[in-house]
Design a protein around this ligand. Structure first.
Ligand code: FAD
Length: 369
């Protein structure tokens, strides 16, 4: 499409998480001026935990001119380590894929989830993000689509992107009514001071301690904040949204783990620990019509074992913007977008479901993405 057509295109993004905010930036980068992000929350926040931004995502931050803002609130990591639960054996040490694939070295950037969304929102023009807008219904009219929000606002757009997360309203109303699938796992996440980490943090690199029973303890250092993101994933049959846990429960779960990991579990302020059941979705057949498409978790929510959910949303954002430049029309662009992204995310969804097993770690990155 011509830049002049893209400039005037009425684009509505539903959801102001990583995917929606990254897409707004990517669209601004290609010259779109009529972009609006509609977010249900009245203030945007993220749970207290770390996340790793992969080298290809970092390359996009350079492309969009926001690398310095990201770098200011993140720490560079060059590899990750997978270790036996007791901390005695290193099972794998792997450099982050694609670290050397670009003109300059792109490290994996370890960032606090809250800092990441703050940066993404801070680089968008004022007035682009509309908080307090919960999408109620979407009607697809072919070349346009109509959005009605719970607060009564009605919006017509030439392109609507559902970036509204794993429980996407856009997906549910237009693409698939299948419910998210419970993984049989819980994720417990806390951010603690490095001074309280019993010497677990020795450099910037994440370490994954692999238990025999499927329990994994992740350490994601956030040294620029003087903090460690201390995460545990553990099997459970309880699929409730926010399972209740205690320090004793965590300590029991971590029997046989490195004593420093166990010590931290015993000392956590449990009121500050985010406890969640983990879900993904089955791949859906198609995620676009002629004027509506899905992006990020709405399109392909995956388990967190590959650390690729947010990264995939960022890659989607770039692909969609590039597809608009490449395609002859919105319809054409959305087909290109799905053709490029879906095979990659289908594979990530599949691999992420495999999880990791302490006795069979061949590569931390089996999807090679
Ligand atoms: C334990 C755990 C660890 C993880 N670790 C990593 C990691 O290391 N690396 C990684 O890349 N990914 C990781 N992920 C995955 C990552 O968090 C998600 O993939 C990512 O947040 C998806 O971004 P999104 O913008 O698509 O969706 P979301 O972040 O869910 O954002 C969706 C937004 O849409 C809004 N919304 C929803 N419904 C409506 C509506 N009806 N109207 C308006 N707005 C609406 C929501 O309020 C929200 O702001 C992890 C996930 C978990 C559970």
């Amino acid at each position: 499409m011509q830049i002049s057509d893209i400039k005037n295109l009425r684009i509505a993004i539903v959801g102001g998480g990583y995917g929606g905010a990254a897409l707004a930036k990517a669209l601004q980068h290609i010259g779109a001026e009529n972009v609006h992000v509609y977010e249900q929350a009245s203030a945007l926040a993220q749970v207290g935990a770390g996340i790793g931004l992969r080298p290809p995502s970092v390359e996009l931050f350079r492309k969009w001119g926001i690398f310095d803002a990201i770098a200011a609130v993140s720490s560079p990591s060059d590899h990750l380590e997978i270790i036996s639960a007791d901390g005695k054996h290193i099972l794998a040490t792997e450099e982050w894929p694609f670290m050397h694939a670009f003109e300059q070295v792109n490290h994996n950037r370890m960032i606090h989830r809250g800092d990441f969304i703050d940066v993404l929102l801070s680089v968008l023009p004022e007035g682009m993000v509309h908080l307090g807008h919960k999408l109620d219904t979407i009607v697809d009219h072919g070349e346009t689509a109509m959005l009605t929000f719970a607060n009564g606002t009605v919006v017509e757009a030439d392109l609507v992107i559902g970036a509204d997360g794993i429980r996407s309203t856009v997906r549910h109303q237009l693409f698939s009514q299948q419910e998210p699938v419970f993984s049989g796992e819980h994720a417990y996440r806390a951010v603690i001071a490095i001074d309280d980490a019993h010497g677990l943090v020795t450099d910037n690199n994440p370490r994954f301690y692999m238990g025999e029973n499927g329990t994994i303890a992740y350490n994601l250092p956030l040294p620029h904040r003087g903090q460690l993101s201390y995460d545990i994933t553990a099997p459970s049959k309880d699929g409730s949204w926010a399972p209740q846990i205690t320090n004793d429960y965590l300590v029991r779960l971590l029997e046989g783990f490195d004593e420093r990991i166990v010590a931290v579990a015993g000392e956590l302020d449990i009121s500050q620990v985010t406890s969640r059941s983990v879900f993904d979705i089955d791949p859906i057949d198609s995620w676009h019509t002629d004027s509506v498409a899905l992006l990020g978790d709405a399109a392909h929510a995956m388990l967190h074992h590959q650390g690729q959910g947010a990264n995939s949303a960022i890659m989607d954002a770039d692909s969609l913007a590039e597809a608009l430049l490449q395609g002859k029309s919105v319809k054409d662009a959305l087909a290109i977008y799905q053709e490029i992204r879906k095979p990659l995310t289908d594979e990530l969804q599949r691999v992420s479901r495999q999880g990791w097993h302490a006795d069979a770690v061949e590569s931390a990155f089996p999807a090679n993405q």
